[in-house]
Design a protein around this ligand. Structure first.
Ligand SMILES: Cc1cc2nc3c(=O)[nH]c(=O)nc-3n(C[C@H](O)[C@H](O)[C@H](O)COP(=O)(O)OP(=O)(O)OC[C@H]3O[C@@H](n4cnc5c(N)ncnc54)[C@H](O)[C@@H]3O)c2cc1C
Length: 359
């Protein structure tokens, strides 16, 4: 079989062998998380031949450990990142249309504990202070949600926000702490299986471009004179000479730059953890809504019904080695405490946890 015939085959190993035989490819993408996979699909569709490589499974890194929100970035309004919010709300709306098998609307409730708190702190944050407001009052949240609706109006598929006072809020969600003064409800989206979306993007790319290939469980063994040599976990080493290399290794970006002979220090090194609780009473009270709330220390946390379990997240803790991150006992306690304060009538115990993850 000639190499071009092999490239045409549906068999991924055949494509890879043909590409290795030819030794040439337009672009090598190192890292098959959501960013690498999205780029792979776009380039393939534009006729650019690509090889996407991951040292582990496709979509098994940070892209498998998020809060599973497809959100427009409400919190970025506080830091004045309006263009980011405009872009994210548009992408959210497009994903709701393009990937309805994974992405669905998520009504999100913000419990509010004061009317006017946080205005000055929010102004300070907007003008560059790094400390976010510790408590956001109803006025501040109303302004934020109005701006969020404005940015989310392109390709709009979900309702606008609404605010209700204490009595109505408690009748809609009786488990909330009685000290609330109001709630604001707006719409974002959630994704059921982010890892599968990564995989579908790669499959789309392979389908769009017969000259492209993918390889998981494959390590970059050597980079010299413009030639990259890879070592699959099972199989023989192979080399290609790309015109361009894209480092899409997420938190491993500095490690990959090291391997490419271009040391960098781009990643600060933090991790975030989540727990999944078997808690039927909570799931029933949530009734498909997410609670997006301030924990005791002012950090934003969330809880929502993920496939019948209550997903609670997340922490934000310094961590240097992305290969070694895990949800530690003190993070579990922090997350349980956050929901205990918010929902004082319910019990939250460690034995309700069925799964925990970190990324
Ligand atoms: C706690 C937490 C919650 C989050 N929640 C959300 C959320 O709800 N919604 C949202 O949109 N975003 C969320 N994010 C952000 C989102 O998860 C990341 O922005 C996104 O997953 C990053 O994708 P990536 O492709 O850049 O990196 P990754 O998904 O980490 O992919 C990098 C890939 O590179 C591979 N790799 C590493 N080294 C090599 C090598 N030497 N050679 C080849 N491959 C290599 C890894 O195996 C990995 O698969 C969250 C992040 C965290 C930490």
């Amino acid at each position: 079989m000639s190499s071009s015939e092999a490239i045409r085959t549906e068999n991924p190993a055949g494509r890879l062998a043909a590409m290795a035989g030819a030794g040439e490819v337009d672009v090598v993408i190192l890292g098959a998380g959501i960013n690498g996979a999205g780029l792979f699909r776009d380039l393939c569709a534009q006729g650019v031949s690509c090889l996407i490589v991951d040292k582990a499974d496709f979509g098994s890194g940070t892209s498998a450990a998020p809060s599973r929100l497809i959100h427009g970035g409400l919190k970025y309004l506080e830091t004045g990142e309006f263009r980011l919010v405009a872009q994210s709300t548009l992408e959210r709306n497009l994903l709701l249309k393009n990937a309805p098998h994974y992405v669905s609307p998520l009504p999100t409730v913000i419990p509010i504990f004061s009317w006017s708190k946080g205005m000055l702190a929010a102004l300070r944050t907007l003008f560059g202070s790094t400390s976010a407001p510790r408590s956001r009052g109803a006025v501040l949240i109303k302004i934020g949600l109005m701006i969020y609706d404005f940015y989310g109006s392109r390709n709009q598929v979900m309702p606008r926000h609404r605010m209700v006072g204490r009595r109505q809020a408690l009748s809609e969600m009786p488990a909330l702490a009685p000290s609330i003064v109001a709630t604001g409800t707006y719409y974002d989206a959630k994704i059921s299986h982010p890892e599968r979306l990564v995989l579908e993007l790669i499959l789309d790319g392979l389908q769009a471009n017969e000259a492209s290939a993918s390889a998981n469980y494959t390590a970059l063994a050597k980079s010299a004179d413009g030639v990259l040599t890879f070592q699959p976990e099972n199989g023989a080493a192979f080399s290609v000479r790309p015109k361009l290399v894209v480092n899409a290794a997420g938190p491993w970006i500095d490690d990959v730059n090291d391997s490419l002979g271009a040391p960098s220090k781009m990643i600060g090194g933090t991790k975030g953890s989540h727990i999944l609780l078997k808690h039927d009473e909570l799931v029933k009270n949530l009734a498909g809504r997410m609670l997006y709330f301030e924990a005791d220390d002012g950090r934003i946390c969330l809880v929502y019904d993920y496939l019948g379990l209550a997903l609670v997240g997340s922490t934000d803790i310094k961590a240097d080695n992305p290969d070694a991150v895990r949800c530690e006992p003190d993070e579990v306690e922090y997350l349980l405490d956050s929901v205990r304060t918010l929902l004082p009538g319910m019990a939250f115990e460690r034995d309700q946890i069925v799964y925990a993850y970190s990324g």
